[in-house]
Design a protein around this ligand. Structure first.
Ligand code: AMP
Length: 416
């Protein structure tokens, strides 16, 4: 048997319905706030992600599905949605539209990660982006909208962590300062942290080693070093979240795997996801559009994992299927039955009924049993166009009519 590739999964019909519910909520919550749906291609030029997401990131270094096509072009299955949307914004001259432009998407993404619960190689994200405004309301609004989507989906134990990264310049300067601080305290750091000082000094904040933790209490914090205009922006974002009573924790150690973030950075975690507790997150990316060849344009956005929302959320109530009519051949299987059956099912659907054809050639007895399993309200037992027996399943009542009269009889219901 040929199985689906490792880290991928099939969305079977039962799961598809819960996803459709989530998509409906996203459409409603984001649509009301003026976000419009966008879909970008599944693959893009590799260059877009190398320049957009950042050459040194894990995503670009280790996780991309990159291939060369027959024409020798370097292409990559999208690992994330922001760089493609920024590309589309530039390519379609959307800076000429009234700003900001607000998009939402629900699409699949691809990363070659180690598969485990909540982590797949093809996964789905719902995301939102606001491009063309640097106002703090943009950041706060996006955060509030994601919080609302998670709440609507019944995601439990949601926590919001918030930080500001300032500018890349502030960050570079801070990194140097933190690196020197760590070197000065090397003797008290765990071996693991010590080995990674140059590579990723920020990770020292996440260490569970008590002696390292004691050192980190006194370490310089990026949040204390923001430039006045970045600090003011961050203070405004926090004040707006306070206005609506959205609880957050300031986390100066918050790091995310993509290089393009500036200023506001946030992540939502949820209970019940185990090691993969991140359910969604995002931030401001004021430099990205310029970085991939557009005019300098401020922007902010988030993405949340569909699988994780569904894992951490409450059971989605799925409406029971309705089947108004099953169209089956009569026991005598007259040769003339096939065409009128086919036509009747089509006409019934055009009249708004949920109508299915009996498709296996089962006996009438078996077809009636099948109708019962489907929960069909009526079965039309067709001999030919003039002779149809319409059976109401709830009462067992049966009436003889012509095929033409069946739909009207059902619509008139409930009694034949
Ligand atoms: P990121 O694009 O890395 O910021 O991820 C945003 C959200 O997408 C995360 O919080 C997860 O919910 C989800 N996500 C990211 N990578 C994966 C993956 N490999 N499998 C499933 N969900 C993922």
């Amino acid at each position: 048997m040929i199985e689906a590739p490792k880290g991928t999964y099939d969305v079977l019909p039962v799961a598809a319905e819960a996803r459709a519910v989530l998509e409906g909520h996203a459409q409603q919550i984001l649509g009301r706030a003026g976000f419009k749906r966008i879909e970008t291609p599944v693959f893009e030029s590799t260059e877009l992600f190398v320049r957009g997401v950042g050459e040194a990131t894990d995503v670009v270094q280790k996780e991309m599905y990159t291939f060369t096509d027959q024409g020798g072009r370097a292409l990559t299955l999208r690992p994330e949605g922001t760089a493609p949307i920024a590309r589309a914004y530039i390519e379609h001259g959307m800076h000429k539209l009234p700003q900001p432009v607000k998009f939402w998407y629900l699409s699949s993404f691809f990363r070659q990660e180690r598969p485990q619960a909540g982590r797949y190689r093809q996964f789905w994200q719902v995301g939102a982006e606001t491009i063309g405004s640097e106002r703090p309301e943009v950041d706060a609004e996006l955060i509030v909208l994601l919080a609302e989507l998670l709440e609507t989906m019944g995601v439990k134990g949601v926590r919001l962590r918030l930080a500001s990264l300032g500018t890349p310049e502030t960050r570079a300067q801070y990194r140097e300062e933190l690196t020197s601080y760590l070197h000065a305290h090397e003797a008290q750091l765990s071996a693991e942290v010590k080995a990674r000082i140059e590579l990723n000094p920020l990770r020292a904040f996440d260490s569970s080693d008590p002696s390292t933790q004691a050192v980190m209490k006194g370490a310089p914090k990026l949040l204390d070093q923001l430039r006045p205009e970045d600090k003011e922006h961050f203070d405004s974002v926090k004040a707006l979240l306070d206005v609506v009573g959205l609880i957050y924790e300031l986390d100066p150690t918050l790091v995310r795997g993509l290089d393009y973030y500036t200023r506001t950075l946030f992540e939502f975690t949820a209970d019940g996801l185990g090691a993969q507790s991140g359910v969604g997150g995002g931030g401001r990316y004021d430099r990205l559009i310029e970085q991939i060849g557009g005019q300098s344009t401020p922007a902010c956005g988030w993405a949340a994992g569909i699988e994780r929302i569904l894992l951490a959320g409450s059971e989605v109530p799925v409406a029971a299927d309705t089947v108004d009519l099953l169209v089956a051949p009569a026991a005598d299987r007259l040769a003339g039955a096939t065409a009128p059956q086919f036509e009747l099912a089509r006409e019934a659907r055009r009249a708004g009924l949920a109508a299915q054809l009996e498709l296996t050639g089962r006996s009438l007895k078996a077809a009636l049993k099948h109708a019962d399993r489907l929960g069909a309200r009526y079965v039309a037992i067709v001999s030919d166009a003039e002779h149809v027996s319409l059976k109401e399943m709830a009462t067992g009542e049966q009436h003889e009519l012509s095929a033409d009269a069946v739909i009207a009889a059902i619509l008139r219901g409930p009694r034949l």
